[in-house]
Every structure is written in C-alpha cells, then in structure tokens.
Design a protein around this ligand. Structure first.
Ligand SMILES: [Zn+2]
Length: 378
C-alpha cells in the first residue's frame, strides 16, 4: 500500500498515511471520548476531547513504533524497506522482498509484538509513577487514564498479533520456526496456512456463538477477524502453489519479443495512428540513426496532453533504458510478478547486453497465470 499523505522519514523510511486512516482515527477519538466519560463522568467535555486526541496520537505513534521495529530488523538483515503506511486496519511496513532465511524472518516478525508489549508495560509503568494506584477505589487522574488505556491497548496489540495465523506476526513467527526445522519455505507456509485456517474457523464459530447465544456484539468482531484470517490463509496457500508451479519459468519464456522500432523524429500524433492503434502493441523501441535511444510505451504517451501530440516527437517521450527498472531474460518469472504486482507497473523492459530484447507486461504475466490455473482446474 502506498502512503497517500507523507509525514516524514524515520531511519530513512518514509512514514505515510493512507486516506482510510482518517476514518479509524475519528472512530478512535470518539470512542476514547466515551471511554473517558465512563472513567469519570465529572470531567468536562473540553478535557475529555483533548485527552482523547492526545491519547489517539500516542496510540498511532505506538503503531508506527511497532512497524518501525519490523523495518529496523529487516534493514539490519539487508532487506530494504520503502515505507510504513498507517491505514484503516493499523499499520503496514512495505518490506521489499521476502526474507531469505528463517532466522531473519523470525526476528523480523517477533520484533513488532515485543515492541508493542514493551511499550504497553512502559505506559502502565509511567501511569504508576505519576500516581496511579491499581486498587485505590477512586477513578484515575486524566493523565493516568490516558496512559492506562495506551498500556492495555499496546499489550492487547502484542497478543492479537501473536495469533499464529499468517500474515499476522504470530503466523510469520510460526512459519519461521517450521522453516528453520524443515528447511522448506513452501512446506512451512502450507503448514502455517492450515493452522491459520483452523484458528480462523475457531474464531468464526466462537464469534457467532457469542453473538447468537450471549447477544454479545463483540462476537461479530471475532467472526470478522476469523473471516480475515481465513482469507489470508487461503491467499498464502495459493501463492505457494503458484510459486511452486512457476519456479523454473524465466522472464524470457513469457515476455513479448516484438517491440517494433519507431523513428525518434516521428511526431506523436502519427506515432499513435500508424503504430499504436494499427498494431495494438504495447512497446516500441525508439531508434535514431540506427541506434536505440530507449523505449516508448502507452504510459509514456498518456503523460502528454492529447492536443500536444502533433507538436511533440517520439524522442520527447522516450526513456533511456539505463533510467528504467529493467529485467534480464534470465530473471525468474516470480520476481517479475512481484515487481509488477507490488509497484503497480504495467510493464517492464527486458534487456540483454544493453539491448532491449522484449517487454514483459502485466497482461503477459496474467495470461500465463490463467493458463496454469485453468489447467489445474481441468
Ligand atoms: Zn507486526
């Protein structure tokens, strides 16, 4: 998920907010206001709202700290991390690739829950220091009430994240342990997906039971979490099957090889009429005096307003290959698939010995996957 609003950088990692975050931020401030009203009905509305806002901000800072701890371990293990995004369901660190060994995966996954637990205990500890007494019988002071809520919510977060259902942290920890024992990531993922499915069903059954027999609305919430876990388990199961199916397919097997050459001096309007619309192809090699200048794609064209097409040349939209992310024909297809899926790219040029030999598009990859799916269903 890409951040929609950038907040800044910590440890070189971009921190951002997704628009969906504002909904949950408002819900949390509102429910905190209600919570503080219950703690002490004497507090003024101004006090409650400002306390609720401060507490919510610290809560989101705790989530960033949780994600940063995943990211810090990833970076220390040589796995690049692009950004951390807060969205409606919490936070997510956009870690560039899967860990290559079980111990990195283990520490990367467990860092988050440990951080949340430590932060939770710290908040409770500070509440003690500023005067909160567990069995005093009187309601806590406003500052302590905020700190206590933060303490409990962070500990709850640590516990929830340790549910052993992939892709929750607990599922990753379990997968790393199984992986460390059997040295087979695909088998480990399958086993953890089954455990995740079992837990998911348990959540759904227990949740509905609570809802229908005890009338507890929280039951629906549990069932919802179960549904989310079941979905995630099914997705990781099928991604394992897919990666096993394409393990020895290379980009060169699937790419389109027919990038038509087009002269750099041609104007864009004629390029559209004579090349793009007539051939339906996606990729063109821009050539000047028999030399490759770069490539031109529909995406490059779309960045130029239509009414400017007659006045611009193909050379103006061509991008040199060394400025682009390129693949080699030997790159495993799975890696190309990750790049296309994660970065929302429509196509990637394929280069061999500095020369463009083809292009792999989202369509090429999807067509390939579909053929595999259909064969499997037959
Ligand atoms: Zn986490």
């Amino acid at each position: 998920m890409r951040p929609s609003i950038r907040l800044g950088r910590i440890l070189g990692i971009e921190i951002g907010l997704h628009y969906s975050w504002f909904i949950i931020a408002m819900l949390i401030v509102f429910s905190l206001n209600g919570h503080f009203h219950q703690v002490n009905p004497q507090w003024s509305a101004a006090l409650r709202w400002s306390l609720a806002t401060m507490t919510a901000l610290l809560f989101f800072a705790s989530i960033v700290a949780h994600e940063l701890s995943h990211a810090a371990v990833a970076k220390a293990r040589g796995i690049p991390v692009k950004s951390i995004t807060l969205f409606a369901l919490g936070g997510v660190a956009n870690i560039e690739k899967e860990s290559s060994d079980a111990s990195s995966e283990f520490w990367m996954a467990i860092a988050g829950p440990i951080t949340s637990a430590v932060i939770g205990l710290l908040f409770v500890g500070i509440a003690r220091i500023v005067g909160w007494q567990p069995h005093a019988g009187t309601p806590p002071a406003p500052l302590s009430a905020g700190l206590l809520w933060l303490g409990y919510i962070n500990i709850a977060l640590a516990v929830f994240n340790m549910i052993p259902g992939y892709p929750l942290d607990g599922g990753r920890v379990l997968r790393a342990i199984v992986w460390g024992i059997n040295h087979n990531l695909n088998r480990a993922t399958k086993i953890v997906a089954s455990v995740g499915q079992f837990i998911a069903v348990a959540f759904i059954v227990f949740g509905f039971f609570r809802f229908f027999y005890a009338g507890a609305f929280g039951g629906l919430w549990l069932a919802f979490i179960g549904w989310f876990l079941a979905d995630a388990a099914a997705a990781s199961q099928s991604s394992v099957e897919m990666s096993a199916a394409i393990a020895d397919i290379r980009v060169g097997d699937v790419m389109s090889r027919d990038c038509l050459p087009v002269d750099a001096s041609k104007n864009l309007a004629r390029f559209v009429d004579e090349y793009l619309l007539r051939t339906g192809r996606q990729c063109f090699t821009v050539v000047q005096n028999g030399r490759q200048l770069g490539i031109a794609t529909i995406d490059d064209l779309k960045r130029v307003a239509r009414n400017r097409w007659p006045f611009m040349k193909v050379a103006d939209i061509a991008r040199p290959l060394d400025e682009l992310q390129t693949l080699s024909p030997e790159t495993p297809l799975a890696q190309a698939f990750d790049l296309i899926a994660r970065d929302g790219m429509n196509q990637l040029p394929v280069v061999s010995n500095g020369e463009l030999v083809g292009v792999i598009t989202r369509g090429d990859v999807l067509r390939f996957m579909q053929t595999h799916q259909e064969l499997k269903a037959a």
